[in-house]
Design a protein around this ligand. Structure first.
Ligand SMILES: [Zn+2]
Length: 499
């Protein structure tokens, strides 16, 4: 039996310079077969079924270029502290869950931002003990670079005032907050989810993205190995609604080489990148900054993976056909990564690999032109909550923060994402933030960096596809994957259409 053919009628934006606009698309066997006007395609394929979306806009399918998909799936059933505006609001939500949870069971949640809670220092364990003396509690900050825990959690992990800071982390005193790798001291003693729970979380995360109009995503490595395994299981069962480009943590590179793992494993799940972290994050004051550092006197942040390590292991990744992917938030972290990448450019180009930076968040003006040909995987939605913090903590870097237009003009390939669960994977919010630059404080962050809605669409479709080396995605032309997004207007309500 032959595959059925379909014609989609819509206002088609192709992102193919040959035919930028069209009235219909002919699809069969999961591929685009032809692009043109309705009458002409109906003449070509008279028996094709018609999908009449003439009142909608059809574009290449949306990709979220930075997610922690399974963690996001888990977060959908945990305490959601996005938007919590005070410590007492956090206490109320924890108390509510504690009432309905057997004593001794862990309570998890996340999404708070210290600045939004109105606290200047780090909150203590005692604040959570007031509402949860018998349940260990672990709450992630929105950027996931810090956790806030109660005394029961500290006891379970054996952390006391006398415990030394672990490498790459800090135990804040008086006790209550754990920065960077210090959070792992508590995570390590929490009960491990079962395989079925991982599968359920993977499915919940993927289904949520698909329902928002996404057809693909790039998953980052800040997750346990059970997470990509669950996604691979869903892909093998034909139950994955998204195409996935996944990153390995660099610590697994040796195992990957020994197993002969490389890019392009086929199907909807593929390994593509190797993840490094040059620094922490802004809200936790762990972003790595050039002097003078944070304006509140809290220092110049934390450097994580040393540049020499990124250089050495980056070359190993490239030799396996995998893309180096480096998290860099602070201006110093970005300078250091650019220096390393200058040394990797020739090797990457020889393998057809595009070197990639995650966040590219705060840049010195002299570093912007150095991004030519690099992928900048950035998250416009984060500027909404970050802008008030930027003005307070690093006013000297405001103009070089989320510098999307300048990066585009410098020849960088922009790939937009949400960093879910750090922010909700909401394409409308990403479009609004990148076009308007309006932040939660009602101001506009570096308004000269505003983008057009067409450029945002490109950065949410073709940019990520180029970053992943997907020649068949991000544009609508013969041979492309038949994975689209339908819109009432660009940047408005969206839904996925995968045939
Ligand atoms: Zn992330």
């Amino acid at each position: 039996m032959t595959q059925p053919l379909s014609i989609i009628q819509a206002t088609v934006i192709t992102q193919d310079p040959q035919t930028p606009q069209a009235g219909a698309v002919l699809v069969g066997g999961g591929r685009v077969l032809a692009v043109g006007e309705l009458a002409e395609l109906q003449a070509t394929a008279p028996r094709a079924g018609l999908l009449d979306h003439r009142d909608l806009i059809l574009t290449p399918g949306l990709c979220d270029a930075h997610t922690h998909l399974v963690t996001y799936g888990f977060s959908l059933s945990e305490i959601n502290l996005h938007g919590a505006r005070s410590v007492s609001e956090v206490q109320a939500r924890v108390a509510q869950v504690a009432m309905n949870t057997p004593a001794g069971s862990w309570i998890r949640g996340g999404g708070f931002l210290l600045s939004e809670l109105g606290v200047s220092g780090y909150p203590t364990a005692g604040v959570l003990d007031e509402v949860s003396p018998h349940h260990p509690v672990q709450l992630y900050s929105r950027d996931h670079h810090m956790t806030w825990v109660n005394s029961a959690a500290l006891r379970a992990a054996g952390i006391t005032e006398a415990t030394p800071d672990p490498e790459g982390g800090q135990i804040v005193r008086p006790l209550g907050c754990l920065l960077e790798h210090a959070s792992a001291l508590v995570s390590a003693v929490m009960p491990e989810p079962t395989e079925a729970e991982y599968l359920a979380a993977a499915r919940a995360g993927a289904d949520d993205l698909a329902a928002r109009g996404y057809v693909s995503t790039h998953t980052m490595a800040y997750e346990p190995p059970q997470a990509p395994r669950a996604l691979q299981t869903l892909a093998a069962r034909g139950e994955l609604p998204l195409r996935i480009w996944a990153c390995l943590p660099h610590s697994r590179l040796d195992a990957a080489r020994d197993l002969g793992l490389g890019s392009g494993s086929g199907g909807l799940f593929g390994w593509g990148g190797v993840k490094f972290f040059a620094d922490g994050a802004l809200g936790s004051r762990t972003a790595w900054l050039h002097a003078p550092g944070f304006a509140d006197g809290s220092g110049t942040g934390i450097a994580l993976d040393p540049p020499e390590l990124i250089r050495e292991r980056g070359l190993e990744a490239i030799a396996l056909g995998l893309t180096p992917v480096t998290h860099a938030i602070g201006d110093r972290a970005n300078t250091e990564v650019l220096n390393v990448y200058d040394d990797l450019r020739a090797a990457a180009a020889a393998r057809g690999i595009r070197l990639r930076i995650e966040h590219s968040q705060h840049l010195r003006p002299e570093d912007v032109p150095r991004h030519k040909g690099l992928v900048c995987s950035v998250q416009p939605i984060h500027l909404q909550a970050d802008a008030p913090m930027i003005r307070e903590l690093m006013p000297h870097l405001a103009e070089g923060s989320y510098a999307f237009k300048s990066l585009m003009d410098a020849g960088a390939i922009l790939a937009f994402g949400s960093d879910a669960p750090v922010a909700a994977p909401d394409p409308r919010a990403n479009f609004a933030a990148a076009v308007s630059r309006v932040d939660d404080g009602g101001g506009r962050l570096a308004p000269a960096e505003a983008m057009t809605v067409e450029d945002v669409l490109w950065a949410h479709t073709r940019g990520p596809a180029m970053a992943a080396g997907w020649e068949d995605e991000g544009h609508i032309r013969p041979g492309a994957r038949a994975a689209f997004t339908l819109w009432d207007r660009l940047g408005g309500n969206a839904r996925a259409l995968v045939l």
